[in-house]
Design a protein around this ligand. Structure first.
Ligand SMILES: [Fe+2]
Ligand SMILES: [Fe+2]
Length: 265
């Protein structure tokens, strides 16, 4: 069993696809994860499994790998202790989680935007242009910059969980770029396609950060580091002045607009 602990989860899943069922039971979504090269031994720590859950999960995986014999489950050394499941974020992480809420509110309106998509008229196109401005300015320059320029720098950037985050951000940027090109060509289908893909990507991405990445990071931060992070985030907030407030108003108005549309229907 020991040798499998040092294998990437992707390799194990390729060889033993049934392992996916065991992982799913513990809400470990390695299959949809774009990288999937975390080592099996790191997974229990990243996903905050309690020691008894870790033993159960490892026993189930061992049964898939060695169906004909009993194997000893090796103890996995962790850098940080498992914490209770109820997520309570440190103040800087709470800031990021709150920013996700505004991004999720825009993302939640994507189906409505697609249903009302008009790439021909100026006001119709403006809805998408304003949305792209929100993503680029709020989600990317403001929120993702806090993650990329500050938060992620505290960790080993060769870790797969960190690489996945960068990769998701890059994929998001590519969809936005493609949306603009499609809008320019008045290609309605392509605009919808990239809006859909962005919704899917960001929904998964935010869930990954809220439920796995941030709690794992919090478990690894000292109180001093948390204070330092908080003041660096405040510095970023100052840089952006009243822009976050303006984007919140933008979202409020957009929600109102779609609600009004709903009432008219
Ligand atoms: Fe992110
Ligand atoms: Fe985020």
């Amino acid at each position: 069993m020991e040798e499998y602990l040092n294998k990437s989860i992707k390799e194990i899943l390729n060889q033993f696809p049934e392992v996916e069922d065991s992982l799913n039971e513990y809400n470990i979504g390695c299959v949809p994860c774009s990288v999937g090269s975390c080592l099996l031994k790191d997974i229990v720590e990243i996903h905050n499994l309690l020691p008894e859950e870790e033993l159960e999960l490892m026993a189930r995986i061992a049964k898939v790998i060695y169906p004909d014999r009993e194997v000893k489950i090796p103890e996995i050394k962790r850098k940080s202790e498992a914490r209770p499941k109820e997520i309570s974020y440190s103040p800087p992480m709470k800031k990021l989680v709150d920013e996700h809420v505004l991004i999720k509110r825009w993302v939640a309106m994507i189906p409505e935007m697609i249903a009302n998509l008009d790439v021909e008229s100026e006001p119709g196109r403006q809805v998408i242009i304003d949305g792209i401005d929100f993503i680029r300015s709020y989600a990317d320059k403001y929120h993702h910059a806090k993650e990329e320029e500050i938060l992620l720098k505290y960790f080993d950037e060769s870790l797969d969980i960190i690489k996945t985050i960068y990769e998701d951000h890059e994929n998001g940027r590519a969809h936005v770029k493609a949306m603009l090109v499609a809008l320019d060509k008045k290609d309605k289908e392509a605009v919808s396609e990239h809006l859909n893909a962005y919704q899917e990507l960001l929904t998964e991405h935010i869930k990954k950060e809220d439920e796995i990445l941030y709690p794992w990071m919090d478990r690894n931060f000292s109180i001093t580091k948390i204070g330092e992070l908080f003041s660096k985030f405040n510095g970023k907030d100052e840089e952006f002045g009243d822009a976050p407030k303006r984007y919140e108003e933008f979202i409020n108005k957009l929600e109102q607009k779609f609600k009004l549309k709903e009432a008219v229907k």
